[in-house]
Structures are given as C-alpha cells and as structure tokens.
Design a protein. Structure first.
Length: 156
C-alpha cells in the first residue's frame, strides 16, 4: 500500500501547496477527493486545472487540423512534390485527430464551427513551407470535414 500524502508532514493548506509543489498538490487533492473530504480540497484550483485540460485538448485538435490541412493543400497544389513524408504526416495527423475526437466527441461540432479559422492558419503554414503566394490557395476550405477526416482521402 502506498504511503498517504495526508500525513502530518504535508502542509495543511492545499491552496498554499499549489504554488509550492504542484505534483504534491495533485496527489494530495486526489486523495482528499477519493476520501470524500471535498471540504478540504482546493476546489478553485482543481476547477481551473480541469478547464486547462479541456483547453489543452482543444488546442491539440486545432493544431493537428491546421497541420493536416496544410499538408492536404500542399498535396493538392504541388503534385510533383508528393512523397512518403507528406503522406505519412497526413495519415498520422488524421489518426491522432480521430483518436482525439473519439475521446472527446464534443469537440467535433467545435471543429465544424472553427474550420474556416483553422483553414486560415493552414494557409499561413503552407505559405511558409512552400513559398507559394497566398492567392494560389482557395479562399475557402476546399475540403469537407468528412473528407479531411477520411483515412483514404488525398486530394487530386
């Protein structure tokens, strides 16, 4: 059995512990919550950390979509430069996106809503990686979300 972090050596105030030793803070609060001692837990910081976890998931999803879209655009607009590396990046980003969406399905409507903004980021990324002018890229995302996420989709 692992030793308790709630022993006498641990600081009594979990709020102070948050700034002094984050790892210890996480262990102590987890044990307090499991023990049903909610009134002793640092609920304010716990709520902030849970929100941060959600934002982190959303940022990862957005980043992966931007990378995937930029590679789909490069694939479409530079057929002579298509290679295994681009193909691998497209597949890996798709796989990870599908994993994220399976773990957090509530992100999919957000993804639909934010697709045009993410498309803009993808264009910026593709312009930087290809040195193609901005006006070469379609003004609106030429791919549906279903195409973006479809494992076999590679634009012509």
């Amino acid at each position: 059995m692992k030793p308790s972090v709630l022993g006498p050596a641990a600081p009594a105030n979990t709020k102070d512990l948050y700034d002094q030793d984050f790892f210890e803070w996480t262990a102590r609060n987890a044990e307090l919550l499991r023990a049903g001692r909610v009134d002793e837990a640092d609920l304010g910081h716990i709520a902030e950390e849970i929100e941060d976890m959600g934002r982190s998931e959303r940022r990862e999803l957005e980043s992966r979509v931007a990378v995937l879209l930029s590679h789909l655009l490069k694939w479409q607009l530079q057929p002579g430069r298509r290679g295994r590396s681009w193909q691998a990046t497209i597949r890996v980003q798709r796989t990870e996106l599908l994993r994220l969406l399976a773990e957090s399905p509530s992100l999919k409507p957000r993804l639909r809503r934010d697709l045009s903004e993410l498309y803009g980021l993808a264009i910026d990324r593709a312009v930087g990686e290809t040195e193609l002018p901005d006006d070469v890229f379609p003004p609106a995302c030429p791919f549906s979300l279903d195409q973006i996420l479809a494992p076999g989709f590679f634009p012509e």
